[in-house]
Ligand binder design. Structure first.
Ligand code: ZN
Length: 76
C-alpha cells in the first residue's frame, strides 16, 4: 500500500507499489503509463526507503515511448 501521507501528485504516477523490504528486497515502484524514471528510463524502479521513493518520484519524467503511447491511447 502506498503510504496515505504520500502526495497525491505522486500517487497518481504509481501503478503498483510492492514493498518487499521485509523479505530482503527493495521497495519496487511501477509507474503508470506516461511516466518513466529519469536515469534508467525504466517504468519500474527499486528504492530502499520511502524517503528515496519520494526523491526519485520527484525526478520522474513524462514518458512518450511507444509502449506508453499505445497503452494511453488504448485506454481512451
Ligand atoms: Zn514509457
Amino acid at each position: 500500500m502506498i503510504p496515505t501521507y504520500f502526495p497525491e501528485k505522486f500517487k497518481k504516477m504509481i501503478a503498483h507499489w510492492d514493498d518487499e523490504r521485509k523479505s530482503g528486497n527493495a521497495l519496487i515502484i511501477s509507474l503508470k503509463d506516461g511516466w518513466h524514471h529519469p536515469t534508467s528510463e525504466a517504468h519500474v524502479f527499486g528504492v530502499d526507503s520511502i524517503k528515496e521513493a519520494l526523491s526519485e518520484l520527484r525526478d520522474c519524467k513524462p514518458c512518450q515511448c511507444g509502449s506508453c503511447r499505445t497503452n494511453i491511447n488504448a485506454g481512451e
